[in-house]
Every structure is written in C-alpha cells, then in structure tokens.
Design a binder for this molecule. Structure first.
Ligand code: FES
Length: 178
C-alpha cells in the first residue's frame, strides 16, 4: 500500500463521515504479515517493508488519537458536584468543549485533561492509586496533581543486561551474566 492510497481525515470529516471507522478497519487488514513471508524477503525488501510499516503505523496512531479526541469533544455535558465524587474516585466533566478528569485524593479534588497523553483514551475509565491514574488502554500513568507522566505504557520490556570484560589488548568479551 503506498502512502498516497491511505486515507486522511480532518476533524470535520470525522464528524461528518459515519463510515470512517469501517474504512479504517479495512485498511488495517491489508498490513498483516506472516513470519514465513518476512523470513523470505531480501535486505532491500525488508528495509522497504519496514519504511512502509513505519509510515502506516504513524498514520494509524494519529488517526486513533484523532478519533478519541473527537469522541471526547462529542461526549455529553456532565454536571459534577463535589459530593458526587467518592474518596479515591475518578469521574469526567466538561469545561467548554474539553473533557476534564476529576480525581479525589485525601478530600481534595484535582483536575487534568481527560485524554491520555498517549492516544487520548479517557482517563476516567482508568484506575487511581494515590495521586497516580493509570490509563486502561496501554497503562501509561499520570500524576493527577500535575498531569506529569509517571511511567510509559505496556510497549516497554526490560532488556537483558550482559557482562562486558575488557582484555589487555582492548578487545571485548561479552557474556551472559552469571
Ligand atoms: S491511550 Fe492511554 S496508554 Fe495508550
């Protein structure tokens, strides 16, 4: 699939085009690879596939984020009173067009954007632990006092550390850690 074949939607088009979600899903099914096919590709083809995949992936990420932000703007107005929110609870309200997360910790109510800083998923559907809210989509965590990122989401795994020895001739020996 070339970049020029890919759809691009403005925010207004997403509001107007009821079929947008179905079209995006069809594009996604074209990008599936099997392990066998990838193993047979030559170096140039692998590089070309990788570049195609990156372009596709950035575009999809942008679209997911855009869809979520349109959903947040279209959500109904919600009037919330201080007593509606239990200790340790989360809820959402609107300030103008923007959805805002409310969190109550130690009797104090904090407010930050309700769109996760990753792909804008609503944080009021997440979990609150102390002052930290966890997004339930990819588990990014934010401090409700400041809005700061506490940790990134699930795409991160620890890497295996290896033992490095430097020999007298400056060559390196790299081994599994004991
Ligand atoms: S949308 Fe929240 S972690 Fe991905």
């Amino acid at each position: 699939m070339s970049g020029s074949d890919e759809p691009s939607y403005s925010e207004n088009e997403l509001y107007e085009n009821a079929d947008a979600g179905r079209h995006i899903a069809l594009i996604g099914s074209e990008m599936e690879y099997s392990e066998e096919i990838v193993a047979q590709l030559g170096d140039e083809q692998l590089q070309a596939e990788w570049e195609k995949y990156l372009a596709y992936s950035y575009e999809r990420q942008g679209l997911r984020s855009l869809v979520q932000s349109v959903l947040r703007k279209k959500s109904p107005q919600r009037q919330v009173n201080a007593n509606d929110l239990a200790e340790g609870g989360l809820t959402a309200t609107k300030v103008g067009e923007n959805e805002v997360l409310l969190a109550k910790v130690d009797g104090k109510i904090y407010a930050i954007d309700n769109a996760c800083g990753h792909l804008a998923y609503p944080l009021n559907e997440g979990r609150l632990n102390g002052h930290v809210v966890t997004c339930i989509w990819h588990f990014a965590r934010f401090d409700v006092r400041t809005g700061a990122v506490v940790s990134a989401g699930i795409d991160f795994e620890n890497l295996k550390p290896l033992e490095v020895r430097v020999f007298p001739d400056n060559s390196l020996g790299i081994d599994e850690k004991p």
